[in-house]
Design a protein. Sequence first.
Length: 135
Amino acid sequence: SDWYGYGRANAAAAVAEAASRAAGGASNSIYLNGETFPSAGSTIGFTFSQAPATTPYYAVWSMGTFGLSYQNHLFDVNSGYQLLSNGNTSATGTGNFGATLPPAAAGLLVILEVAAQDPVTGAWTDSNGHMMLIQ
């Protein structure tokens, strides 16, 4: 393969991959905050800050973590992610959203992430991966 050079380090491919990921935007620059051990059946809220101002945002979740690469950006959620909420960030780069957890969610480990895409450059910015263990 070009990536590993059949057992030899392929420096050109590695540098090209690193450059393309660097162009993908800032990781974990948005701060996402919310409950860590919520109860199944409860309604919970989340806030985020340090996002780009007046930009569309997407709050997503997945069971299991780490591994979605999309448009040259590495996200904390995995490829089985689901959209939880979307909207526009405030003029100061903040926002909030909520969710009601189904009673059957008890015992699940879930990760949430907020992402915003620059409408001019297309680069993604994302939040810390916020893990929840539903009680």
